[in-house]
Design a protein around this ligand. Structure first.
Ligand code: GLN
Length: 287
């Protein structure tokens, strides 16, 4: 019997709904489009096309993975961020829409700064922040560091795919250690979305985050603020005369990070920006 795109979408959606997945139809569409190598819109246009048995099986295998809780982004290996496609694997955090605020803030800050800019992204993961900054700010050189070789590998692939390898450099290491000498006094924008979940809260995270996303990218130590303290202490000497630090923070951390930055007495002005849900999400510290 002939099995069409439409039937596969309906069956997949039904299975996902039965497993209480609340984005069932969307997930089924994203998974099938990925399996067939097309866009979601093509599924609608070609809804009566027949799908061969091999493709059907692979599609249902992926639906099964989704039912087990695997985020759809890891199943299809991709997530869009700032309008750009990023490859993701379970070695990197899935870029969040809220993090786009950090990128937008950095672009805004850059407008009044002397060019060309030197940008440093600490804990780059998939490279979502660093590569979108490089993409939208042509006059910038972007340095990135990550402690995970697997993450660096993913970020490098993303750089290649976005044709940004000429202006984005990758370093393996612990925070700014590999760049301490090279970038001393040179960094205009130091950006980071560091791991910020307090260690004792990791177990309470949403199952999909806890079981699938890399703990190393989430665990912010005893109180979740460990990396902000370290980046400030170790990164201060890398800042240029106009240097700024821009961080993403956890939903209840803005005041604590504000205080840490203020206590350092390095900055004249510290601003907080809200995310799409109205939560204080990004902190900008200006000298
Ligand atoms: N936003 C992520 C979450 O809520 C955490 C990201 C991070 O630790 N930097 O799961």
């Amino acid at each position: 019997m002939k099995t069409t795109i439409n039937q596969l979408l309906m069956n997949g959606t039904k299975k996902l709904k039965q497993a209480s997945m609340n984005t069932a139809r969307l997930d089924a569409e994203v998974i099938l489009a990925h399996q067939l190598g097309c866009n979601r819109i093509d599924l609608i246009i070609n809804c009566n096309d027949e799908v061969d048995e091999k493709q059907q099986k692979l599609y249902y295998d992926k639906i099964k993975e989704r039912i087990q809780g695997k985020p759809v982004q890891y199943i299809v290996g991709q997530q869009e961020f700032m309008g750009l496609p990023f490859k993701v694997t379970p070695d990197v955090l899935i870029p969040r829409p809220d993090t786009e605020i950090l990128v937008e803030s950095a672009i805004e800050e850059a407008k009044s700064m002397k060019k060309p800019l030197i940008i440093l992204d600490i804990g780059t993961g998939s490279g979502a922040i660093a590569l979108s900054l490089a993409y939208y700010m042509m006059e910038s050189l972007v340095y990135t560091v990550d402690i995970s070789p697997e993450a660096i590998e993913v970020a490098q692939q993303n750089a290649k795919h976005l044709s940004l390898t000429q202006r984005v450099y990758f370093y393996l290491g612990d925070l700014m250690t590999p760049l301490e000498k090279e970038l001393y006094g040179k960094v205009d924008l130091l950006v980071s979305n560091p791991p910020y979940i307090p260690h004792h809260e990791i177990a309470d995270l949403q199952k999909e985050v806890r079981d699938y996303e890399p703990t190393i990218a989430l665990d912010g130590g005893k109180d979740g603020l460990e990396f902000y303290r370290r980046i400030l202490k170790e990164g201060e000497k890398l800042l240029s005369f106009q240097g700024k630090m821009i961080f993403e923070v956890g939903y209840d951390q803005a005041q604590s990070v504000f205080d840490i930055l203020k206590e350092s007495k390095i900055f004249n002005e510290i601003a907080i920006q809200k995310d799409l849900a109205g939560i204080d999400r990004t902190i900008i510290a200006r000298k």
